[in-house]
Structures are given as C-alpha cells and as structure tokens.
Design a protein around this ligand. Structure first.
Ligand code: ADP
Ligand code: MG
Length: 494
C-alpha cells in the first residue's frame, strides 16, 4: 500500500529525546468477532464459554471432503460495518487461503480475504478531549476465520486443542498509519468499538477476546520519512494499547538515538511488566502463499442489497452526537458522554423528552452516571429508572424542590425506590416559596448579623453567605432565588 501522510506534525504530541523531538506513527489492525449465531462457513454455534470442542462441526475440524458454505448473516454484518465506517463496499470480493501450519488450525490454512476484500477505504472521526478533531483513514475491512486455541496448562506432558473458535467469523479492520499518539490510538479503538456496538456487528467484549488489536508503531523526526514499524500483536484492552505504544515508542527512540536501527518485527505486550518483547523478526515472517480458495466462488451481491442495508442502518454515534447538540443544546463534551453507548443515549432521551434537556443531561451525567460509576454498576442495573429521574427533573423545574433537596430525593429514590412526587409530598420536602415564611427567616438572620449586613453594602460578594445562612435555617427548603431577591432588597443591593 502506498502511504500518504494526512497529518500535520503537532508539537504537543512530540516525544522529547536526547537528540531532539520525535513523532509517533501508529496504524492498527483490529480483529472483531462478527455477531452471528453460526460460524463463517459452518452451522456450528459461536456461543462463548461452552465446554472445549462443544461447538465444532466437521467443517471446523477440517474433515476430508468437507466444503465451506458462506453464512449470509456474516456477510450482511460485514457490509453493515462497512457502511458504519463510511466505507466503499465491494460488490465482488474473493476468499483466499492463507497457508500456515499450527496445531489449532486443522485445515492448514485460514480462509481470509487478501487482494479483494469485501470493504475498501473508509474513515473514523475522533473528537479528542482537548477539542481537536482527528480523521483516521480505514484501509480495508475483510472477513476471515478465527483459529482454535492450544491449551498448554491442562496436562503435565500434553497440550490440548480447543476448536470452539475455529471458523468463527472475524472482521479485520485495518487503519491507515494516521494515528499520532497513544491517546489517539485509544480514542480510535474506543470509537471503533462504539460504532460496532451501535451496529450490533461485534459485541466489543475485549476481555472475552471478541475484539483485539495489532498495533503497528514507528517513530520519526517530525514530518520526516516514515520509520520502520514494529507490530505489537493481540493487545486485548484499550488501556494496554496506550501503555504498549508509550513503551514501544520510547524503546525505538532509545535505539535510534544510540545510533542503532529498528528491525521490523512482531512483538508481544507483557501487561504485568508493562513492556513489549520480541516475538519474531521480519526474516522469520511467513510466506503465506495466498491463493483464491477453490472451494468458494467469489462473493457477489447487488447494489440494491447494500442500499437496503444502508436504509435500515441505526443512527450512528457521530450523527447522534450532532443531533444531541442541535436538538438539545448540549455541549460536545456532554454529548460525547451520552452517546458512548446506545443504551445511555436512549436513557437520556427518555429523561429529556418534553423536559429541560440540559437539566436532564446534568442529572443523567453528574448524578446518575457519577453514582453508578462509584458503585461499579451498569446503567442496565441502575436502581433509578429514566421515569424516576425524569420525575425528579420535573420537580426541580416546577420549583417544587430546590437542587439541593433534589440530591436528597435522588438518594431516597436510589436506595428505596418509589415515585419522586409522592416521596416529596409524603416527607414534606417541598420547597418553601411562601414569601411570608421566607421573610421571617431572612429578618432573623439579618437581625443576628447587623454588622455583616452593613459590610455587605460595600461588598456584594457577601450576599452568598447570607443566602447560605437562610438556606441552612430553612433546612434547604427555601427557594434560593426568592431568598436571594429578598436579601438584596433588604440589604439595599439593587
Ligand atoms: P502487513 O499486511 O504486512 O501487516 P500493511 O502495509 O497492510 O502491512 O500495514 C499493516 C498496518 O501497519 C496498517 O494498519 C498500517 O497503517 C500500519 N503501518 C504501515 N506502515 C507503518 C509505519 N511506518 N508506522 C506505523 N504503522 C504503519
Ligand atoms: Mg499485519
């Protein structure tokens, strides 16, 4: 592939070496397990966690004479993913045999796609925390079979093979080398995972191996020629991707600054030590002898089929974010948090419907998500429902309770459940807007602090202290706006 440098070097991302600045260049190959009931070329189940070799058909075991039959659902999922990545869909693609020997690969080859993948060039947009917008090109997406697993720790003298994963459909999604920092690499993987989960084409469970990344890292002088890359294989968490890149970039810079050169090699990330280790060098690289699989015809479908899938695609994260900003007036930051998962976006919309959306976003993000995070809970198991949270927002908006009381109310709903409006009624939590009642307290506080009231005339900043005193005396139930207005009038601050 010819590499085009699409990025302008950014000093903020440079790494300082002993001899000057360096820039990191990263490209990723992500393997994502296709969400489907059956494997890519057989009817065996793809379910996770079954007994070893429970999900193995004669095709997966590569019995002589067995023929692969393409699973249309996997094709459909790959096309939908391509559409989600704004990519070119190839109406004709070819399955090739990638030949190598490994005990967990009974066929002696992996069926993959080489020169003619099902999906071509696409793009992934990243919104970085500092507001920078980054575009990372997708080179291709192809379908291939996963391999089985060798188990070396089950018996003192023997290794076992589990073929449950053998033949499961994977999408390999290859990025262009457009990524320039560990943070961008993490954002890329996070965004890709979000898109896949929205589409329902991969569950994104990295700890179960359904998504893993090969991370290609090189360093160069800013804006200079691309350096020789090393490929860190099978990194299985987003955090590890960041750590592996930081370590690998520094390792390469160290070698180059000592006058050495980088050998193109495959490396492994050791999460315990936080370092990368050599696995094999380019010289040991396989010659896979790719050729079109004679058991399979080229994969062909019509544009109408693709158009139909495009029409029924879910609203994608970028579109949802733009809509949340336009329709609800949210900040980019808040919108990002809400759209990270489709379930949280849906939850927010249920709370926001017909209500003050900014207030709703604030309660969903700061109170509910904050609390779920603290307790290590998922939204799916939240003790507070969207309807209940909406009820709290209504009570604040209607002036029935103050923001402070609302927090107490949230605590009650969180631990005891119930209808927020009923709780407020039964426990006498209503805000006092009766001006007569507020005036009594305001007068008491002013009388007890005459010296401070005198000073406040010169220093209006002291008003906040008075409001605080009145709120305290009213046990948080006085309407803060009414309190503030009345204090201003009485002190003579207008
Ligand atoms: P291969 O098929 O041998 O792994 P590719 O050329 O297809 O090689 O590239 C694989 C990955 O390596 C891609 O994600 C690509 O973006 C990335 N890559 C290519 N050149 C570099 C480089 N100089 N530095 C970092 N990543 C690179
Ligand atoms: Mg590679």
């Amino acid at each position: 592939m010819t590499i085009v440098d699409t990025r302008t070097p950014d000093p903020k991302k440079f790494i300082k070496g002993a001899t000057g600045d360096w820039e990191i260049v990263i490209g990723m190959e992500v393997h994502a397990q296709v969400t489907s009931e059956a494997k890519l070329f057989s009817g065996a189940s793809t379910s996770f966690g079954n007994d070893p070799n429970a999900n193995v058909s004669l095709v997966d075991a590569a019995m002589p004479g067995m023929l692969p039959v393409i699973n249309e659902e996997c094709v459909r999922q790959a096309i939908r993913t391509g559409l989600g990545l704004k990519a070119e869909i190839n109406l004709k693609s070819v399955f090739d045999r990638k030949n190598y020997f490994y005990p967990d690969l009974p066929q002696g080859y992996q069926i993959s796609q080489f020169k003619q993948p099902i999906v071509g060039e696409g793009i992934i947009y990243l919104d970085m925390k500092d507001g920078e917008k980054v575009e990372v090109g997708v080179e291709r997406l192809h379908l291939e079979q996963d391999a089985g697993k060798s188990l070396h720790d089950q018996h003192p003298t023997m290794s076992f093979v589990d073929l449950n994963r053998s033949g499961v459909a994977l999408m390999e999604i290859v990025s262009k080398p457009d990524i320039r920092s560990a943070d961008e690499a993490k954002a890329y993987l996070t965004k890709l995972r979000t898109i896949l989960r929205y589409l329902g084409t991969c569950d994104g469970n990295m700890d179960q191996g359904s998504m893993r990344a090969d991370v290609n890292v090189s360093v160069r002088r800013p804006g200079g020629e691309f350096g020789t890359r090393c490929e860190i294989k099978n990194v299985n968490s987003i955090r590890f991707v960041g750590q592996a890149i930081e370590y690998e970039a520094r390792r390469q810079i160290g070698i180059l600054e000592d006058g050495g050169q980088i050998d193109q090699e495959t490396r492994l990330f050791d999460a315990v030590k936080g370092e990368t280790r050599s696995m094999r060098s380019k010289e040991e690289a396989h010659d896979y002898r790719y050729f079109p699989d004679p058991d399979l015809l080229p994969l062909e479908f019509t544009q109408a089929y693709v158009d139909d899938l495009a029409q029924h695609l879910v609203e994608l994260p970028d579109d949802k974010k733009a809509r949340f900003i336009a329709e609800y007036g949210l900040t980019s930051y808040d919108a990002d948090i809400l759209i990270a998962e489709k379930s949280s976006a849906d939850f927010f919309e249920e709370v926001a419907k017909g209500r003050d959306a900014k207030l709703a976003a604030n309660w969903v993000i700061n109170e509910l998500f904050g609390r779920l995070n603290k307790e290590g809970l998922e939204l799916e198991t939240s003790p507070v429902s969207a309807a209940q949270l909406g009820g709290i927002v209504d009570l604040i908006k209607g002036g029935t309770i103050s923001g402070k009381i609302a927090k107490d109310l949230f605590e009650i709903v969180w631990s005891e459940g119930g209808d927020p409006a009923v709780i407020v009624e039964e426990r006498g939590m209503k805000q006092v807007t009766d001006l007569g009642a507020i005036e009594t307290i305001v007068d008491e506080i002013l009388a007890a602090n005459q010296d401070k009231a005198e000073q406040a005339k010169e220093k209006p900043g002291m008003l906040g202290w008075f409001v605080g005193q009145v709120m305290k005396a009213s046990k948080g139930k006085a309407n803060p706006q009414a309190v503030s207005d009345m204090l201003k009038a009485k002190i003579g601050l207008d």
